[in-house]
Design a protein around this ligand. Structure first.
Ligand SMILES: C[S@@+](CC[C@H](N)C(=O)[O-])C[C@H]1O[C@@H](n2cnc3c(N)ncnc32)[C@H](O)[C@@H]1O
Length: 252
């Protein structure tokens, strides 16, 4: 377990992502074009951060993709994730790529770092699965240095709820016929009991993220023009089909 005394909710989330860690990286690597678009977008958003010994934190790092982009930009990077399975994968990948990233298990809502530690904090597709997103975003601001940059990406995923259970059946049948994957079923069996305790479980809108960032005290909160940065929607089969996702950034 990553953090002592953590509640059952977080243990449940951790278990799902431990299981998912075996297949998640393959999904991320599916489109080379998408990987390149992410990398150039993230690099562009931190290009103004210059100096020696700069530190970056990737929160909910998963297999470490964003952490690696920042390491290649010369940052001293830490990646933190609740799932030891994900952290293990990220560590293996770092060795394969020859990149020195410090990967650690830990909770995004209670970071084991001093105030004003990092120059950059990034996070992708984590906010929707947090029980206390407000607490988390404040925590990310706390560990950023004054003037430091935050980058948050997420989307309105339309995650299955009981009222949309029929969509899950369709998704499962389609997925199974195409790739023999049972991921949607497994996802719902883990998350069904958490729906009412995760305020943004169905997905996060740009408005939600902007509100959380402003409430935490971030300044100059702006969003990226997704169409300019991504020729192909990383999450959809057709160009700009839903689900819509966003990248929003701001400064401490
Ligand atoms: C959808 S994945 C995104 C992974 C990675 N950020 C990416 O975009 O490739 C969500 C990740 O958040 C992690 N996670 C969930 N709750 C967390 C928490 N409270 N603290 C830290 N990590 C968490 C999961 O283990 C999982 O790796």
């Amino acid at each position: 377990m990553a953090v002592c005394g953590r509640d059952r909710l977080k243990n449940r989330i951790e278990r799902y992502w431990n299981w998912r860690s075996a297949s998640y990286e393959l999904d991320l690597a599916k489109s080379i074009e998408t990987v390149k678009n992410w990398e150039s977008t993230i690099k562009g958003l931190v290009s103004h951060v210059r100096g020696k010994g700069l530190r970056a934190l990737d929160v909910g790092t998963g297999p470490g993709q964003l952490a690696f982009y920042l390491a290649r930009e010369g940052f001293e990077v830490t990646g933190i994730d609740i799932s030891p399975g994900m952290i293990q994968r990220a560590g293996l990948k770092a060795r394969e790529l020859g990149l020195g990233v410090d990967f650690k298990t830990g909770d995004a809502e209670k970071l084991p770092y001093e105030d004003n530690t990092f120059d950059v904090v990034v996070t992708r597709n984590l906010v929707w699965t947090l029980p206390n997103p407000e607490v988390a975003v404040k925590e990310w601001r706390r560990v950023l240095k004054p003037g430091g940059r935050i980058i948050i990406s997420d989307g309105y995923w339309r995650n299955t709820t009981w009222s949309r259970i029929h969509h899950l059946l369709l998704k499962t049948i389609k997925g199974f016929l195409k790739t023999r994957s049972l991921i949607p079923c497994r996802f719902f069996s883990h998350y069904a009991s958490l729906i009412h305790t995760l305020p943004l479980y169905e997905g996060v809108t740009l408005k939600d993220a902007g509100r959380l960032m402003k409430k935490a005290g971030f300044q100059q909160v702006l969003s990226c023009d997704i169409r300019k940065h991504f020729g192909v929607n990383p999450y959809g089969e057709s160009r700009y089909s839903p689900p819509p996702f966003f990248i929003v950034y701001g400064n401490k």
